[in-house]
Structures are given as C-alpha cells and as structure tokens.
Design a protein around this ligand. Structure first.
Ligand code: MN
Ligand code: MN
Ligand code: MN
Length: 292
C-alpha cells in the first residue's frame, strides 16, 4: 500500500507539558502547537494523564484534534524503555489505577535516590528536590540542581558524573513495571502502544530487534519512526525496521520547552513512504483517503 501524505494535516504525537517535565502549561502548549500549524496533537506527559483535561478544553477552543496520550516508563532487560500510549480511553478504571501505580513508582524512586544520597550530607534532600520540581515528584535533574545549590558539586555535569549518572549511587532504576505490563494497560484501555524513540536506548541492532519482538508479543502495534533531532540515516533505518516488523509508524517532536531550534512542535521530518501511519488506525482515523 502506498501512502500519500496529506499536506493539510500536521500531526505531532509526542510532547510534554508542566504535567510532567515540560515548560509550558497544557493550555500554553496547545496555543503554541496551534501557532505552529499542528492540526492533530497527542500530549504525552511522563507517567500521567493529569494534563489531558486542560489540554482538551484548550484544543476545542482552537479547533485542534487532541488524541489521548501518555509516555510510560518501563523496564526491559534492565534498560528503561519509554512506551507512548495513544488513543486510549482516559476514563478507563484500570488505566486510572495504572496511572496511580506509576505515580507511586515515581515517588518510590525519588525516595530511594534521596536515601542513597544521604551520605553526601544535605539536610532534607528530598524536600529540597521536591521544591526544585515545583512540588511534583523530583527526578534526577532536580536532585542535581540541589547538589549544585548546596555546593556539593560545582555544576550539573559534575552532579551526574559523581552521584546521579549511570552506575553512580543515585542512579536508581528498578521501580518501573515490566514492558509487558505497560503495554497491557494501554491495550486494555483500548489504546495503541507505541515504542518511543527506538534509537535513544543505544541498543545494538540485535538487541533492538529483540526489544521489538518482545514489544510485539506483548501487544505493541507501533513505533516512532520520525522524531526530533534525528539524522536522515536514523529515519531511514527506523522506517526500514518498521516495515520489516510490520508495525504502524508514529511521529512526534518530543517537545519539552521553547527555544531549541532542533525541537519544535509539529516540526518533524516527513515520514518516509511505504510505512503505515498509526493515525490511520485511530478510532477517528486521520487523513485516510476516501474509499470508493
Ligand atoms: Mn522528558
Ligand atoms: Mn522518552
Ligand atoms: Mn518524551
């Protein structure tokens, strides 16, 4: 099947608001997306859907289609993998329970990081990191900022090098559910599970194939082919992988904050021909040619 891409759509299925680690409120994010000409957007905050209702109201005002979304962290063979869930029912009981679990997991991880770093001698480290995260669950960047502010290290880089980077005491991973569980949550809520930014995990080709195969076995149906900051070589590689594995192809900027020229809402490299877009399989398909 050959796909002709309709120039009247601008589809971005991966971005973040202040509901997770993005800089713009859901409402401001929608405004910016509208300015950029985005017609179909999925807000995919990390491990939460609390931004969706504000985003939905704003999207309705600006005539944009909002597809329910989230980006869930999980574990696969000791790697942290991100799975984007799209077009699920955000009111599904099981899904809301799952979101609570993810939230608790984030706090569990934050507490564990604070425990592991208790030896560096910063009083009330978890509280300070929480403040750095504007009252939300702190992640490693927030801990890093506190370590800088408290004079433990001279900058963020050093904070990661000594305390928070891979293999360092504050590198806490083990709190996420398994890949299979995450995919199941999305499927049970009527959504499509998408393997996010497959190049970002820096897996060998063999391992990436193993990941894709486990993901498919669990019920995963799509992968991101076009994301920000990719070379055209990456794009070709992922399109080929997507075709070979018979997955649906997704695209998204992974926008977090304004001001980086290489990452803007709706500004994504054109999807290569010959892949089947995931948006053709939404409950309300986007851009499907009229069938005779
Ligand atoms: Mn993020
Ligand atoms: Mn991600
Ligand atoms: Mn993301």
């Amino acid at each position: 099947m050959t796909i002709t891409q309709d120039a009247s759509f601008c589809i971005d299925l991966h971005c973040h608001s202040t509901a997770s680690d993005g800089a713009l409120s859901p409402e401001d994010l929608i405004s910016r997306a509208a300015e950029q000409g985005v017609t179909h957007l999925a807000l995919t905050d990390h491990d939460t859907i609390v931004g969706l209702s504000e985003a939905r109201a704003a999207a309705e005002r600006s005539g944009m289609s909002l597809i329910p979304g989230t980006e869930l962290s999980c574990v696969w063979r000791s790697h942290t993998i991100h799975i984007v869930g799209l077009d699920f029912d955000p009111r599904s009981e099981t899904f809301l329970k799952a979101m609570e679990t993810q939230h608790a997991n984030r706090w569990g991880r934050a507490r564990a990081i604070a425990d592991k770093l208790s030896k560096v001698g910063v009083d009330d480290l978890l509280d300070k990191a929480t403040t750095a995260a504007n009252g939300d669950v702190p992640g490693r960047p927030h801990f890093a900022r506190v370590l800088v502010n408290e004079g433990v290290v001279k900058d963020i880089n050093q904070a990661f090098k000594r305390y928070l980077g891979q293999g360092k005491p504050g590198d806490v991973k083990a709190f996420w559910p398994e890949l299979e569980d995450i995919v199941q949550w999305i499927v049970d809520a009527g959504g499509i599970a998408v393997l996010a930014h497959p190049r970002k995990y820096k897996l060998t080709a063999t391992k990436l194939r193993a990941l894709v195969s486990d993901f498919k076995r669990a019920g995963g149906r799509a992968m991101e082919v076009s994301t920000s900051g990719q070379s055209s070589g990456d794009l070709g590689f992922l399109a080929e992988l997507c075709r070979r594995e018979e997955l649906l192809a997704s695209q998204g900027s992974d926008f977090h904050f304004p001001g980086s020229p290489w990452c803007e809402l709706g500004r994504i490299m054109k999807m290569p021909d010959g892949v089947e877009p995931v948006w053709h399989h939404f409950k309300q398909p986007v851009g499907l040619p009229e069938r005779a």
